[in-house]
Every structure is written in structure tokens, then in C-alpha cells.
Design a binder for this molecule. Structure first.
Ligand SMILES: [Zn+2]
Length: 227
């Protein structure tokens, strides 16, 4: 419909995949060809960049890290399944758990949880540490499967990454071989970076069905050189 209205090609993309494309094109500090980009916040997202290409899978559903099963028979998830990772460590799940633990009053939000953690509330900090472990467990499994060069974490949740980080690091140490180190980089990208990724699809899709590769980087270089 949009294509008919505008007369222009239209591409639909997963937001985290678009973010991965922006990272690859515009963040000169991130050069890995094989990357797990994970976002934490309302949902738990993941984009797989393999050999420089965003991997979308057979049906465009690759990277749904938030919906891997971590608690059989657990809480209902927005996706219709039960026990997904998101039902443990998504923003709403953490807020609910904080209420249940007495850290927050009934109706407390994730922002409230951030605030009490910043104020040094011990149980709130323990909750983030636990969340970090759950995320680290999931990342360790993905690292075993995909053997990435690095892991990048972003999303609105990284504004309190310092509370997640100890649990993540401990879990990765516990569940990966001691000689296997995968750097974890955190990027506090804002909405503009997500939008830039979506806009960058114009570089990627017409020339490369599965994402930005060297062709996208060449286009960016040409633009920089004014060609
Ligand atoms: Zn789910």
C-alpha cells in the first residue's frame, strides 16, 4: 500500500536488524563481521550478523532471543507462548518481580526500579544481577552456536547496564570455556540510530538480499567522498 501511495520501493525490516545495519555502516569502532547484537528493554531483541550479512532465517524470524524457552510452563508471553526469556527480564517482567519482592509498591514501573537501584537498594541491585545472569546464560548458548567475534548490547535498558554487567560477566565466565573470550561492547544508541538503520536499508536491500555487506560500505564511502 505504501509502495502504491508513494511510487517508491518499500522495505519492511525488523528494528534490531536495522540497528545492526546502522552499527555496521556507521560505527567505526565496530568492525566485526560476525556479531551478536542484543537489545534489552521492553523486549529482548537480537540481530545476527554472520560474515558481514544480517541473517534473517528462512522466514525472517531469526534472532528472536526474547522468545527462547527458559522456564517451561512459565509466565505467558506477549508472543502467545510461555516461559520466554522476555517473561523473565523484559522491562515489565522486572517491574513485576520488583513489586513481588517488595522493592516497589503495586504499580511500580521499570523506571521506578532503575531509580531505586541507582539509590543503592540492595534487593533491586540483586534483581538486576539476577537478570544479568539470565541474559548471560542465553548469550553463552548463542556464543556456543554462532561463535561471534563480539557481542554488542544496546536498547533502552543499557542506561543501567552497570547493574546488569556483573551478572552477565559471571554467567559468561561460568558457561564458556576459559580460553574463549568474546568482548561485550555496550552502545547507548538513541532513537536516531535505529532510524538511521532503517534509512540505511536503501543501501542494503536492492543490491544484497540478506543485508549490508561490502557493497553498503562502498556506497557510504562514495557518499563521504562526494561521488
Ligand atoms: Zn515470547
Amino acid at each position: 500500500m505504501i509502495m502504491h501511495a508513494t511510487g517508491l520501493p518499500v522495505f519492511v525490516e525488523n528494528d534490531v536488524n536495522a540497528l545492526a545495519i546502522a552499527a555496521r555502516l556507521y560505527d567505526d569502532g565496530l568492525t566485526a563481521d560476525d556479531r551478536l547484537l542484543v537489545t534489552i528493554g521492553y523486549g529482548i531483541g537480537c540481530a545476527l550478523t554472520l560474515d558481514g550479512h544480517v541473517y534473517r532465517g528462512a522466514h525472517g524470524g531469526a534472532g528472536e532471543l526474547g522468545h527462547i524457552l527458559v522456564e517451561p510452563g512459565g509466565e505467558a508471553c506477549a508472543c502467545g507462548l510461555r516461559g520466554c526469556l522476555e517473561t523473565l527480564i523484559g522491562d515489565n517482567a522486572l517491574a513485576r518481580r520488583a513489586v513481588a519482592l517488595g522493592v516497589l509498591p503495586e504499580g511500580g514501573t521499570k523506571d521506578d526500579l532503575n531509580a531505586v537501584a541507582r539509590a543503592g537498594h540492595v534487593v533491586a541491585l540483586e534483581l538486576f544481577d539476577w537478570a544479568g545472569q539470565q541474559l548471560g546464560n542465553a548469550l553463552a548458548s548463542l556464543i556456543h552456536v554462532f561463535d561471534p567475534e563480539d557481542v554488542v548490547v544496546s536498547g533502552e535498558g543499557v542506561d543501567v547496564w552497570e547493574f546488569w554487567e556483573p551478572g552477565v560477566t559471571r554467567s559468561l565466565r561460568a558457561h564458556l570455556p576459559s580460553d574463549r573470550t568474546v568482548p561485550v561492547t555496550v552502545r547507548n544508541w538513541g532513537e536516531d540510530t535505529w532510524a538511521r538503520g532503517a534509512a540505511s536499508l536503501v543501501f542494503a536491500s536492492p543490491f544484497d538480499r540478506v543485508g549490508v555487506s561490502s557493497s553498503g560500505r562502498r556506497v557510504r564511502q562514495m557518499l563521504r567522498e562526494g561521488l
